[in-house]
Ligand binder design. Structure first.
Ligand code: GLU
Length: 441
């Protein structure tokens, strides 16, 4: 075993200087690693572990051509960032978005490492992306680019090495195309296990019951564990949502079933509000049919600014990063910020909200239900088993409640906020395994 190398406190800036890396205070990756390194100092994380976690192990970028339905050709850019695989194979979603950049993918990969360590899954962290607007493409075009992307990634992914999953802009169909492409390349003796290449597959093709709603279900389990401690009864709460895609619409439906009331929603098409509450099911149907919340007749259209200032108990960002900045935070009137999306809050906004007495439930805890049920799917694929939804939900509940309790325990022990406690809990696990495994050679 290597002797532990403890160091004095060290800011992200000092670490980046040491790595001769560029930094910029507004850069999402720099902000996220800064926050992780703050937590690292609370637990005296060894210097070599801080360095190793400050950069992903691999940053893969691929370019490939694909033909559009009109016969024209386009060149596409794909990413797979593999942040860390100390605890197991790299794991994380594939995002399809037209503004995606490498630093965003790096941030999301780092958060996957933290998330998997926090909820004790045998996985490291990764994230992939394809720079396209999936809403502007036909199903046939999406299939072609997905298959080409999978082929371009080649052996950089694999069921024992790096396992993609759905994320923003992708879904079970995307995963089915990825799996089918990968299986076609696999040797005949490995075709059965090759379907474990991705999780979040359709139920009929090796998917898991409960995977689609898993992220939102995890959010609900976290709320049920955390809210009573701060004197809040979930069944009487009003909430608002940013985003009405997979996570947002499932969170709305599951929270509504618990008695909570949806007041306002903001998405890429506009913002809506109803003082009597918005029916989560009806809104889901409207969004499926029209592509967004705008034009929903049972609620009134409001401005983005009014959306942020709508008083609610729970404010739930469930879309992209940095959707809550300082200006938004100044307007917000909520008791709890529930981070269902990855990295939705800028550091300044978080500081402001904490000073205002808002409880911030951090993303790596709140949204880890998705990857947890991904793990259950991967395990079912390996065991050739099919679990009922009730079994999945029960096991998810155990994992989420245990993680939430660990975070509360760490926050009390280190006298820190919940984000720092979540990172510290994850980092303690990672540090322990590094100290046991040592660093090769
Ligand atoms: N994309 C999801 C996330 O950010 C799920 C990842 C997975 O299931 O591997 O957590």
């Amino acid at each position: 075993m290597n002797p532990p190398q403890t160091t004095p406190r060290q800011s992200a800036r000092e670490i980046f200087d040491e790595l001769e890396e560029y930094y910029d205070e507004d850069n999402l990756y720099y902000q996220t690693i800064s926050s992780v390194l703050e937590a690292a100092d609370l637990i005296d994380l060894p210097h070599n572990v801080k360095l190793m976690l400050s950069q992903p192990k691999n940053e893969i970028m691929v370019h490939f051509p694909a033909q559009m339905d009109d016969g024209s050709w386009q060149l596409f850019k794909g990413y797979r960032v593999q942040h860390n695989n100390l605890l197991g194979p790299y794991k994380g979603g594939m995002r399809y978005h037209h503004t995606i950049k490498l630093d965003e993918v790096k941030t999301l990969a780092l958060l996957m490492t933290m998330k998997c360590a926090l909820v004790r899954l045998p996985y490291g962290g990764a994230k992939g992306a394809l720079k396209i607007d999936p809403r502007a493409m036909s199903p046939r075009e999406l299939e072609r680019v997905t298959r080409r992307l999978t082929a371009a990634l080649g052996n950089n992914i694999g069921p024992d090495y790096d396992i993609p999953a759905p994320d923003v802009g992708t879904n079970a169909q995307t995963m089915a195309w990825m799996a089918d492409t990968y299986i076609n390349f696999a040797e005949s003796s490995r075709k059965v296990t090759a379907r474990g290449i991705v999780t979040g597959k359709p139920l009929e093709f090796g998917g898991s019951a409960g995977r689609e709603k898993a992220t939102a279900q995890g959010v609900v389990f976290v709320l049920e564990t955390m809210l009573p401690g701060i004197g809040i009864d979930l069944s009487t709460q009003d909430f608002s949502l940013i985003g009405y895609g997979n996570v947002g619409s499932w969170a709305a439906r599951l929270l509504q079933a618990k008695g909570a009331r949806l007041r306002a929603v903001l998405d890429h098409t506009g913002a809506i509000f109803s003082k009597n509450g918005i029916d989560a099911e009806q809104l889901a149907t409207h969004v499926r049919e029209t592509g967004g919340v705008a034009g929903y007749s049972e609620a009134q259209a409001i401005t983005e600014s009014d959306f942020y200032s709508t008083p609610v108990d729970l404010f739930i960002p469930a879309a992209l990063e940095q959707m809550v900045d300082l200006e938004h935070a100044k307007k917000m009137q909520c008791k709890v910020l529930v981070e269902a999306a990855n990295a939705p809050t800028t550091p300044n906004a978080e500081k402001h909200l904490l000073n205002k007495g808002v409880e911030v439930l951090p993303a790596i805890l709140c949204n880890s239900g998705g990857v947890t049920v991904s793990y259950f799917e991967w395990k079912q694929n390996r065991l050739s088993e099919t679990w009922d939804e009730s079994v999945v939900d029960e096991r998810l509940k155990t994992v989420m409640c245990r993680a939430a309790e660990c975070v509360l325990e760490t926050a009390a022990r280190l006298d820190c906020n919940l984000r720092q406690a979540s990172y510290a809990t994850a980092l303690e696990r990672i540090a322990k395994v590094y100290s046991m495994r040592g660093v090769f050679p």
